[in-house]
Design a protein around this ligand. Sequence first.
Ligand SMILES: [Zn+2]
Length: 592
Amino acid sequence: MSLKKWTSALLVTALMSPVSAFAQGTTQQAPGQAAKPGPVAGAAQVMPADTVLSNGVVYTVDRNRNFAEAVAIRGDKIVYVGSNEGVKKYVGSQTKVTDLQGKMVLPGFIDSHTHASKTTGLIFSIDLYDGGSIEEYVEIIQAFVAEHPDEKTLQGRGWSNPVAPGIGPLKEALDEIVPDVPLALTSDDGHSLWVNSAALELAGITKDTPNPEGGIIERDPKTGEPSGTLRESAMDLVLHKIGGYTVDQYKAGIEEYQHKAAERGVTTVRDPDMLRYPNVLEAYEELAKENKLTIRYRNAVTANPDKGPEQVAEFEKIRERNQYPLFQVNAVKIFMDGVVEGATAYLEKPYEHKHTNGELIWKTDVYNKTVAAADKAGFQLHVHSIGDASTRIVLDGFEHAEKQNGAHDARHSLVHLQLVNKEDIERFKKLGAVGIVQPFWFMQEAGYYDEIEVPYLGEERAQQEYPMKSFINQGVHMASSSDYIVTPEFNPLHGIQQGITRIEEGETDPGKIANPDERATLADMIASFTIDGAYANHVDAITGSIEVGKKADLVVLDKNLFAIPATEIKDTNVILTLVEGKEIYRLQTEKK
Ligand SMILES: [Zn+2]
């Protein structure tokens, strides 16, 4: 734009401004506040904002991590960030002004790995999250069956692995209460399936069925009969026969999720389950067309290890037809290994309790080719990797893609990162790879750490779990996420606190801090839920920090997180959530 054009544009703006026409026009004041003086005489006038938030602690998370007092929003964008004095010129007769009275403003939170669409399962199936033992699960199932006597198949979710270590829970417990209807119950981490005999029969799984590639059919050690728990890809043998929800059920689940997200200040997410389950993608596409998405999605399609690089062409079609501002599919999800609790995470050294290194779900050469093809097509890789050996192989694949396609701003990411070889942390930096971790899990969790992690991994490895600060020190972008519904309560403030303390709530013994060297600072943790999350999802040009020109995705908290102890962060309340300037949540007790 030439200087002349620029000047005239300013002039037009000034002429159009109601503030300049009615310089002393009334402005809306927060209750109990004295009327503020009008715009400073002689100051250059600008088009008034729709919304002004002033008198707050605005942590911008911009490059210099600046604080400000006020923000002005016009349409979907931030038009001013600065002082209480400076924001005054954006106040016109129609501007909605809120006096924040010292409350905190942050960029809207970004949850970089969340199974939003699985909220559907909480609505339409057996919810076991409230149970804590086989007996309690049985009671919950019985109650559900009594209310739904005509179901042809039954599904549910939320049982916990430590309740039945080793070969997992047994089919007999389910056969007693549901003998005829196939029943399949997913574990809370999503990597194991507890089934009854009717489900095994429906899927044709017998003593003679071999373990599928990348999966385990747990068996009775004496008889060799399937015992009732299926791990990883073996789950699909049953889930492909029963289970699943309709498009409408998924739409209801996603809409329910959006309410929860808004209450928690979450404004951008990545749901990795497109193509993993039928109807999920279709549900998002319909909601996008109907303009019913209220937060921003940058979702991932799940790649199938049996299909290889050929499937990327289909992914491109999906990406092409979904270019909505709030809904895009820009990543490819790959499951590289399983989980520690299923002894399926792929480790450099064997597990302590079992003669196995775990399961690598992809054949290395197929993985490398698929990664190179997806990278060439401009997709981000979003790879589930828990074991140290798995992560090494995932990085090898990124290196392979870089060699083949050249280095570019790919931002491929690894999700979970429970155990990582020290020397691989530098490779993240070199390859521009992003870590996506779940700080909600950074603790020696009762019923889990001593019962599963230490006996399965040995004390030494268990103590090195979930690095975070080592990555940050190397300059690696680290994004946080909840992995909801694996983590049922996904409030980012809980994640922020946990990333700083790395200890169970209420625990005071410093010996119970999980891998204390990896504790992050408050600034690190906020960045991981905002600007680094934006980086991880390729949306940092439009969100993730409070800067002029970015989308007005904001969250207002009732307390300044920098002024309270880390152990009180969880108790902070979200008061207001904005996405693209639109209010999607306001705490009920607050006046509009
Ligand atoms: Zn997940």
